[in-house]
Every structure is written in structure tokens, then in C-alpha cells.
Design a protein around this ligand. Structure first.
Ligand SMILES: *Cc1c(COP(=O)(O)O)cnc(C)c1O
Length: 393
């Protein structure tokens, strides 16, 4: 059996999405900037996709700008505001558990002379609103805090954050790449000025995303060139990608209640059954303020990497809390951010659920994971010792 539980990394393109995209590779291929009928047709479908996405956010179509993905949207929001407002101030506030698309962008801006405050989070991964208030200075130009975390699933109190930003006339950007499709998000009502989303996390194609920019927000372009996207994002549009994104967004929001209800049920089964069956575990992230499809558990006395490999051998695809695969042994900054020790962080497993997840798959994981953990623990001298001590009392 093959069980894909890594939907937070990426999702498969839905059949209806792919079908809608296909004609835009070689039948309707006009450049949307061209004057002729080929071009006009392409322009029309891009505007349709923009309308569809705007509708999911209760936004105006001219507040949606297509990008080459979530990372580009994050880079653009942060650098674009920083450069546009640098005569006003050079201070930006973010958190320690942001996606690298935000963190590394902030680090780059530091090299360029901006000052960044990286807020701590509590053991559930929530920022402290008083910390946020205290971090604000008279030269603060931007707050960028993610809506929901991709590793531990924690959902931030974004409305309260926006209220604080507003009181102090500071722009608020949120990376909503994980939250989009799982929550109904109305940036205008919430008070969000800029919001990043990505197609491939909601069953659309990779390499396309969007930035919501509230009307009137000052922002510099990131890419210079042609006059696409109202002169704000140069480059010939990714026509099939944008068409697919629009369709995926529409489907996601047509089925949102049903979708999230199903995921929450599966998520809680996994959390409760796995933690009930396996001793020495810890749930990472907030117990209730979390993404519907996110499970993140630390297993003491084992290495996440060996756990992943053993799971892969029985067909289960998950993700671990360390970056060993990318050649480094540093545990994830998110797990460090919530205060885990190196050892515990290294024994972490993220299972992220999605549209194709079935009860059969959940049962399969509940059946196969506990014996794998037990077998791996048998190889740990520390575990043997702890078990021995537990028996002798
Ligand atoms: C996936 C992800 C991104 C990056 O989006 P891409 O489209 O892959 O560039 C950014 N932020 C979060 C929270 C993500 O989960």
C-alpha cells in the first residue's frame, strides 16, 4: 500500500484542474499582452482566474497579483514594502518560526541595513501579543507573521495581530500558503494588507502563486520588465498555471467545510490513537488552534530520519523535523522555536493529510507506526534503560 501523507509539502493536481489547464499549452497559447484575438483570449482567462481567486478572499480582482509561487509572493511583499517605505523606517517584525521564504528574505534585508525583530513563540508555537506590542518602534514599517505554520500547524491570532498593526499604522503581511484552502480568509475584515498564497498546496500546479495587495498599499515591484500585472510584476504570465490556480481555488472553497471536517476527523484519530498506543511522545503545535490536516509528533529515543525510512519501506510518506536530507543535521528552526531539545526535535514526524486521504490509510498508519517506533527504540540504549527503570518501580 502507498500512503501519501505529505500534503503540506505539495499536493497532486486535481483532474478537473489539469483538464482545464491543458488547452492553454498548445491550443490557446496567445501571449496575454498581444493585441490579436489569440492574446485577448488569454487575457480573458487570466482575468477569470483572478476573479475566482479574488472571490475566495472576498477581495477585489485588482487586488490579486500572480507570482511564480508562494516564495515569490513572500519575497515581494516583504522586500517590496521595505523598499517602498524605507524613507519612513527600516524596522520589520516577524517571528522565529516563519517559512524560510520569509526568514531568509528578512535576513537578506538585514544585510541591506534593515533591522528585524524575530519574535519568540510559546511551546505551542503562538506569538505573544504583548511581545508584539513591545517590539513596535516608531520606525517599524511592516509586521509579517504567518497565518498557519507549515511544520506544526499552529494558527496565529491573526485578527488580534492585525488590530495591533492598525493601531500603530503599520502594514501587515501574512504568509497564508498553508491556511489558504483550509480556512475562510477575508483580508479586508481581518485587516491584512498583504497575503501570500500558492497553487500547489491546494491541488493546483507548482510554480504559480499570488499576492493579495490591499488597494492603496505602497509596494515596489520585485521583477522589472514588461507591463504585466499592472506594471507590478513583469514577465509573460504562466497561462496554464494561472488557469489551474483559479480552478483549484474555486474547488477548494466550494468544498471547504466538508474538506476540513474530514481532515480534522482523520487528524484527531491519528493524534489520539498514535499517542495512546505509543509511550514517550509529545504533540507539537497547538492542540486545537491547528491546521485541519497537520499531525506533528515527537517520539523520544528515535531519529526522525530512520523513522521516515522505515515508514517509506511500508509505503508511508511523511516528513521529519530535521533537515538532514538537505545535508545539514540542524533540527528545524520551528521545533527549536517551540523549545524542543535537539534530541526530541530529531525524533519528530509530520504527517499532513489531504483530499485523497482515506480511513483505510489512517488505519494502516495506526497499525504500522507503533511497531516501527518500538523496533527503532530497541536499538536505543537509553530507551532500554528507561524501560528497565519503569519496570523495577
Ligand atoms: C510551501 C510554502 C511556501 C512556499 O510556497 P512555494 O509555492 O512552494 O514557493 C511558503 N510558505 C509556506 C507556509 C509554505 O507552506
Amino acid at each position: 500500500m502507498k500512503v501519501y501523507l505529505d500534503y503540506a509539502a505539495t499536493t497532486p493536481v486535481k483532474k478537473e484542474v489539469l483538464e482545464e489547464m491543458l488547452p492553454y499549452f498548445n491550443q490557446h497559447y496567445g501571449n496575454p499582452s498581444s493585441i490579436h484575438s489569440f492574446g485577448r483570449e488569454s487575457k480573458k482567462v487570466i482575468d477569470l482566474a483572478r476573479d475566482r481567486i479574488a472571490k475566495t478572499l472576498a477581495a477585489k480582482s485588482d487586488e490579486i497579483f500572480f507570482t511564480g509561487g508562494g516564495s515569490e509572493a513572500d519575497n515581494w511583499a516583504i522586500k517590496g514594502v521595505a523598499y517602498a517605505l524605507k524613507s519612513k523606517g527600516n524596522h520589520i517584525i516577524t517571528s522565529k518560526i516563519e517559512h524560510h521564504a520569509v526568514l531568509h528574505t528578512c535576513q537578506q534585508l538585514e544585510k541591506e541595513g534593515f533591522e528585524i525583530t524575530y519574535l519568540d513563540v510559546d511551546h505551542h508555537g503562538l506569538i505573544n501579543l504583548e511581545d508584539l506590542r513591545r517590539a513596535i518602534r516608531n520606525n517599524t514599517i511592516l509586521i509579517t507573521i504567518m497565518y498557519a505554520n507549515n511544520e506544526i500547524g499552529t494558527v496565529q491570532p491573526i485578527k488580534a495581530i492585525a488590530d495591533i498593526a492598525k493601531e500603530n499604522s503599520i502594514l501587515l503581511h501574512t504568509d497564508a500558503v498553508q491556511a489558504y484552502g483550509s480556512f475562510k480568509i477575508n483580508p479586508e475584515i481581518l485587516g491584512i494588507d498583504l497575503l501570500s498564497i500558492s497553487a500547489h498546496k491546494i491541488y493546483g500546479p507548482k510554480g504559480v502563486g499570488a499576492l493579495y495587495i490591499k488597494k492603496g498599499t505602497k509596494i515596489h515591484p520585485l521583477l522589472h520588465g514588461g507591463a504585466q500585472e499592472k506594471r507590478r510584476r513583469a514577465g509573460t504570465e504562466n497561462l496554464p498555471g494561472i488557469v489551474g490556480f483559479g480552478k483549484a481555488a474555486e474547488i477548494a472553497y466550494n468544498n471547504i467545510e466538508e474538506h476540513t471536517e474530514k481532515l480534522i476527523n482523520y487528524r484527531d484519530q491519528l493524534i489520539n490513537k498514535l499517542m495512546g498506543k505509543i509511550p514517550y511522545t509529545r504533540l507539537n503545535g497547538h492542540p486545537t488552534k491547528r491546521l485541519p490536516g497537520n499531525v506533528n509528533i515527537s517520539f523520544e529515543f528515535i531519529e526522525g530520519e530512520s523513522l521516515l525510512l522505515s515508514l517509506d519501506m511500508v509505503g508511508i510518506a511523511g516528513s521529519s523535523g530535521s533537515a538532514c536530507t538537505s545535508g545539514s543535521l540542524d533540527p528545524s528552526h520551528v521545533l527549536m522555536g517551540i523549545g524542543l531539545s535537539h534530541e526530541i526535535a530529531h525524533g519528530s514526524l509530520r504527517l499532513s493529510l489531504g483530499d485523497l486521504t482515506t480511513q483505510e490509510e489512517i488505519d494502516y498508519v495506526i497499525q504500522h507506526l507503533p511497531p516501527i517506533v518500538e523496533r527503532l527504540r530497541q536499538m536505543s540504549p537509553l530507551y532500554e534503560k528507561v524501560k528497565g527503570e519503569a519496570k523495577s518501580v
